[in-house]
Design a protein around this ligand. Structure first.
Ligand code: APR
Ligand code: PHB
Length: 389
C-alpha cells in the first residue's frame, strides 16, 4: 500500500505536520528513530510565538497549553546592571507564551494516540529511496526490515537526520553556516524564577539568560567557552555565577535548588537553501538551525509546517502543485529573517573572544540606544513575537 505522506522524525516539526495532515484526512505516517519517552524528555527552549500557539489551537491540542502556559507581555535586556524592558504588548499588541517544548511534544504524542495518527518509534537504519521518482523509505524495527511507499517523504529529522544528507549528496544544494565560539550551559530546577519576565543579560563575564517553565520551575543559562565540560561545573559553581549576574538586576534574587537537568549546547546559525528534492521536502531543524538567543527554533519549525501542510493539502484536494513549488521560497523568506534576528541578538548580548574594549563599547552604546529609543524597542519586540506568516 502506498501512503500519501511519510514523515521522518517525531520532533515538533514531524508531530505538528502529522497532525495537520491527519486533520485534513490525509493518510500519513511518522517514523522516528528514538523511543517516544526519549523524544518527550528532551529539554529545549520554551517560548512560543502565536504562529505556534495558533497551530496548537487550530488542532484543538491546546487545553494544557492554555491552562499552564504563561502569557508574557514583555521581556528584558540587561546591560551591566541596567534593565531594559521591551514591552511587547504595548509595542506590538501581541505576546509570547512560555510553555516548554517538552510539554508541547507530550501533548502532540498524546493526541496522536487519541486521533489515530500513526507514529512508528524505535525505527533504526532509516533510508530514503528514489526521492525523484516513486519514493519509499526502509528501516529496521524489532529486527525486521520494513518498507513504506509514499507519494511524498518529508524530512523532519532534525540537524543530524538523513534527509538533508541525501539532498546534499545529490549535489547543487546551497548551505550557509556560522559557528559561534561559545556555548550555553543550562540548568533546570524547581525553584521560583528570579524575575517575572525573561532577562537576556550582557555582563562583563559574558551572556546569561534567566528563563522559566512555570512559577515554580526556572531555566537559566550562562555563556561558556566551547572547551568547558559539565565536570567543571558543580551545581554550586553555576548558582554562584547566576547569583553574581542576576542578583543585582532582578526582583527576587536567584533561588537555588537541585538541578533537574544540566547541559552544554553549542551555538550555530545554519540554513540549507534547498528544501525540496523531487518528492522529498525538508522542514524544521533538518533545514535550518538558529542560536537559541530569541528562541526561534521551534517557532520556525511551526511556520515551515504551516506552509508545507497547506501546500500538501492543496495538492491532495485539487492536484495543484503551486503550493509545493512555492514552499521553499515562502519558508526561506521567514527563515532568513529569524536567522537575522537570532544572529543580531546573539551578537548584541554575548562576549566574543575576538572582541576588545571597542566592541564592548559598541554593544553598550547600542543597548543604551535601545533603552532610549522606542523605535529600536519596537523593532526588537516585533521580531521577538514573530513576523507574520
Ligand atoms: N530516522 C528517524 N528519525 C530520525 C532520524 C532517523 N534517521 N534522525 C533523526 N530523527 C528524529 C530525531 O530522533 C528527532 O526526534 O527526528 C527528530 C527531529 O526532531 P528535532 O531535532 O526536535 O527537530 P524539529 O522537529 O525540526 O524541531 C525543531 O525543536 O527540537 C527543537 O531545537 C529544535 O527548536 C527546534 C525545533
Ligand atoms: C528557555 O527557556 O529554555 C529559553 C528561553 C528563551 C531563549 C532560549 C531558551 O531565547
Amino acid at each position: 500500500m502506498t501512503r500519501q505522506v511519510a514523515i521522518i522524525g517525531a520532533g515538533p516539526s514531524g508531530l505538528l505536520l502529522g497532525h495537520l495532515l491527519k486533520a485534513a484526512g490525509i493518510d500519513v505516517v511518522i517514523i522516528e528513530r528514538q523511543a517516544q519517552a526519549y523524544v518527550e524528555a528532551r529539554i529545549r527552549a520554551g517560548v512560543l510565538e502565536t504562529v505556534t500557539t495558533d497551530l496548537m489551537r487550530r488542532l484543538g491540542i491546546d487545553a494544557r497549553m492554555n491552562a499552564d502556559g504563561l502569557i508574557e507581555d514583555g521581556f528584558n535586556l540587561a546591560s551591566g546592571d541596567q534593565l531594559i524592558r521591551i514591552d511587547i504588548k504595548r509595542l506590538t499588541g501581541r505576546h509570547v507564551t512560555v510553555y516548554g517544548q517538552t510539554e508541547l511534544t507530550r501533548d502532540l504524542f498524546a493526541a496522536a494516540q487519541e486521533r489515530g495518527l500513526e507514529a512508528i518509534c524505535e525505527a533504526s537504519d532509516l533510508a530514503i529511496h528514489d526521492a525523484e521518482g516513486a519514493p519509499f523509505v526502509t528501516f529496521v524495527r524489532g529486527g525486521a526490515i520494513q518498507r513504506i511507499d509514499a507519494q511524498f517523504v518529508i524530512g523532519c529529522d532534525g540537524f543530524h537526520g538523513p534527509s538533508r544528507r541525501l539532498i546534499a549528496d545529490a549535489g547543487g544544494a546551497k548551505s550557509f553556516e556560522r559557528e559561534y565560539p561559545f556555548g550555553w550551559l543550562g540548568i533546570l530546577a524547581d525553584v521560583p524564577p528570579c524575575h517575572p519576565e525573561l532577562i537576556y543579560a550582557n555582563t562583563d563575564d559574558g551572556f546569561a539568560l534567566a528563563s522559566m517553565r512555570s512559577p515554580t520551575r526556572s531555566r537559566y543559562y550562562v555563556q561558556v567557552p566551547l572547551t568547558e565540560t559539565l565536570e567543571n561545573w558543580p551545581e554550586d559553581r553555576l548558582w554562584d555565577e547566576l547569583a553574581r549576574r542576576f542578583d543585582p538586576i532582578c526582583d527576587f534574587g536567584v533561588t537555588r535548588g537541585p538541578a533537574l537537568e544540566m547541559s552544554i549546547a553549542p551555538l550555530r546559525s545554519f540554513v540549507f537553501e534547498t528544501m525540496r528534492h523531487g518528492r522529498l521536502f525538508l522542514a524544521g531543524d533538518a533545514a535550518h538551525i538558529v542560536p537559541p538567543t530569541g528562541a526561534k527554533g521551534l517557532n520556525l519549525a511551526a511556520s515551515d509546517v504551516a506552509y508545507l501542510s497547506d501546500a500538501l493539502v492543496d495538492y491532495f484536494r485539487s492536484g495543484s502543485e503551486e503550493g509545493l513549488i512555492g514552499y521553499e521560497r515562502k519558508a526561506l523568506s521567514r527563515i532568513w529573517k529569524a536567522e537575522r534576528f537570532s544572529w543580531y541578538l546573539t551578537k548584541l548580548m554575548h562576549r566574543f573572544p575576538e572582541d576588545g574594549p571597542f566592541e564592548h563599547r559598541m554593544q553598550a552604546a547600542e543597548l543604551d540606544y535601545v533603552a532610549q529609543s522606542e523605535t529600536m524597542q519596537t523593532v526588537i519586540a516585533e521580531n521577538y513575537v514573530g513576523l507574520p506568516l
